[in-house]
Design a protein. Sequence first.
Length: 581
Amino acid sequence: MLFFEILSSLSLWPFAKATAQTCKAVPGTALWPSAAAWTSLNRTLSGALIKSIPPGGVCHPGWPNYNRNSSCAEVQKLWLTSWAFHSDDPVGNGYNNWNNDSCLPSPLVPCTDLGYPVYVVNATKSEHVQAGVNFARDHNVRLIVKTSGHDFRGRSVAPYSLSIWTHNLLGLSYHAKFEPSGGRCDCGDNWLSAYNGPAIKMAAGENHGAAFDFANKHGLMIHVAGARTVGLGGYITGGGHSLISFQKGLAADSILELTVVLPSGDIVTANACKNPDLFWALRGGGGSTVGVVLDFTTRAWQSESVADYAFGFGSPTFNDDRFWEAMGYMAGLFPSLIEAGIMTYSNIYPANGTTSPTLLNANMQAPNMSAARMGAILEPIAKYINATFAPDVIAEIFPGGEKASYYEWWQANQDTTTPVGVDAVISSRLLDAKALKSPQFKTLARKAMGGGGIQINVVGGPGTHAFPSDWNAVTPAWRTSYAHTLTGVYVPPYDPAEDAAQIFNITYNLSAALRELAPDTGSYLNEANSYEPDFQDAFWGSNYPRLLEIKRKVDPGDVFWCLGCAGSERWQAIGEKLCRV
Ligand SMILES: Cc1cc2nc3c(=O)[nH]c(=O)nc-3n(C[C@H](O)[C@H](O)[C@H](O)COP(=O)(O)OP(=O)(O)OC[C@H]3O[C@@H](n4cnc5c(N)ncnc54)[C@H](O)[C@@H]3O)c2cc1C
Ligand SMILES: *[C@@H]1O[C@H](CO)[C@@H](O)[C@H](O)[C@H]1NC(C)=O
Ligand SMILES: *[C@@H]1O[C@H](CO)[C@@H](O)[C@H](O)[C@H]1NC(C)=O
Ligand SMILES: *[C@@H]1O[C@H](CO)[C@@H](O)[C@H](O)[C@H]1NC(C)=O
Ligand SMILES: *[C@@H]1O[C@H](CO)[C@@H](O)[C@H](O)[C@H]1NC(C)=O
Ligand SMILES: *[C@@H]1O[C@H](CO)[C@@H](O)[C@H](O)[C@H]1NC(C)=O
Ligand SMILES: *[C@@H]1O[C@H](CO)[C@@H](O)[C@H](O)[C@H]1NC(C)=O
Ligand SMILES: *[C@@H]1O[C@H](CO)[C@@H](O)[C@H](O)[C@H]1NC(C)=O
Ligand SMILES: *[C@@H]1O[C@H](CO)[C@@H](O)[C@H](O)[C@H]1NC(C)=O
Ligand SMILES: *[C@@H]1O[C@H](CO)[C@@H](O)[C@H](O)[C@H]1NC(C)=O
């Protein structure tokens, strides 16, 4: 494919033509609902319809939020430091490029609301969600769903749209012995139909912080993302990895039941016995695809302790070849570390001139293991690296200690390094044992890093491998892989040519190296590239045909659409419009 052809296939490059009839409704045209129709929706919602205001408007004269509450300077700071700021705003989201940089918080740049939804349903009950879905469907209005706006892929924002904001759908409850609504059925050896242990029911607006606080009060642990502010909706529907996923499976593997508003407006409960197809699709098929989830009930476990260690190495002689040889050795050990009960969130940082060499910084965690036992496993590895690669590579380990519970560990180790408020595109690949042990690891992972770093989250293992590949809709790659590896690029605002070059680079150069390294796996849906080539295979593999069939059946009119989402093939974004292909 020529460079230019690839560019024009990216939605940033709206060369295609389309007529009004083949697009979702555009404001200012006859197809857009009348003011009276919106007023009537607002009445149905008892006043919960919000006209969206770009959060960056606080820096721009003329916007209703201009210097209203927080000052521009305060917002500028929060923008780059606080996921909570973006989560708590009705239309805020983490990465500006998905808003087309249409209103950044600086008086020096333009501000329009074009990158944001037009209206937002501030849903506090299921009827609000129903009313929003019915309205969007009946009026051909583009529909999106936002819980926290933490999505790296831009799936929770869109121009010319109505957004259902699920942030205020609240409620948590504890069930000592889970009972499926509607009773049990015989699903063969499917453990879900027999499970009667502890469970937590969580309304879709509760975030991981609130949900884990609640579970912990009952002495339980559940799957959580790296930070309190991450929402449930995207995380669970997309898979959801956690510190305990290598032993317990993914968050999506642990869901017992959920309630969902379908494109028809119907509210249904789905579990192993009721609506099993929907239940299957909503566990891994992705957010905003077959409906708006109102609540999830997850299996919970008795809380376990966590020991941790920092482990790292670098090359003080700035010998990158030797660093990567040591890294290749280390990567090959990840599967056996996992089997031994130790997972890691690892970063490889690139060399910075002669200031610091390329570095592996691996945070190792072991549930239900003593720090002494963990040290006994890790120390020989660090010593071996020293013995084999010194003086070029030096390894060090530091015991972190033991925390009485995963909850306590998590409270003390919140993810505060994931960039927010920037313009960026990431890409990822799941690596199986073959890829991690491959002699090619050192060259291909190095290539994937480009000028930035890579992250290697070793979060798969016996827990994710225990489920059959068609257990739910998540990519079967989770059933064989150990490491979820991410790379990323920044895409500078207001520079379409550079953006396209960077997106091209991450899509066809950096992540191509990871695809070459692990041709048989896939990519984790939630931390991925919306421009991923052959995204259906990358995100769902052999589960895609069934997922697509369910999507087509439940949402024949494509009420739900997002870029690189299941069943998205029939539409494309053309500038601000969403049109039939
Ligand atoms: C700081 C940080 C740490 C993270 N740590 C982890 C981690 O440890 N493990 C991991 O697996 N992922 C992690 N993630 C990634 C996370 O899984 C995604 O960002 C995910 O999209 C978040 O879901 P959300 O609902 O909060 O986000 P949103 O941006 O609100 O939504 C994401 C997608 O889900 C849809 N959606 C949201 N709610 C619903 C709903 N109720 N019904 C239907 N669709 C819905 C949206 O339309 C959108 O498509 C992290 C992200 C960040 C920013
Ligand atoms: C919806 O109604 C409420 C209460 O009447 C009002 O405050 C709000 O501005 C209305 N929303 C829109 C978009 O008009
Ligand atoms: C307004 O400011 C107050 C105090 O600084 C804060 O508590 C509140 O959340 C802000 N509201 C909005 C909508 O930003
Ligand atoms: C959303 O609704 C909740 C509950 O009614 C309310 O407290 C909150 O202020 C609303 N948010 C906005 C931005 O209107
Ligand atoms: C790289 O090193 C220079 C000094 O040599 C320093 O100013 C800069 O902040 C460093 N960059 C990073 C990303 O660490
Ligand atoms: C924790 O480890 C002990 C042995 O050290 C074992 O008996 C117990 O089953 C483990 N608990 C879990 C939940 O794995
Ligand atoms: C590796 O060697 C370095 C330098 O001699 C030393 O500081 C470090 O402690 C050694 N690491 C281990 C695990 O022994
Ligand atoms: C693409 O990535 C390569 C490898 O890191 C780098 O050398 C090149 O400059 C990048 N291209 C662009 C346009 O940034
Ligand atoms: C990026 O990929 C293109 C197409 O495969 C290739 O021509 C180019 O050399 C690559 N650039 C780098 C820096 O690897
Ligand atoms: C982004 O904004 C530019 C104008 O600044 C516009 O030309 C382009 O169509 C917009 N792209 C999208 C995807 O909305």
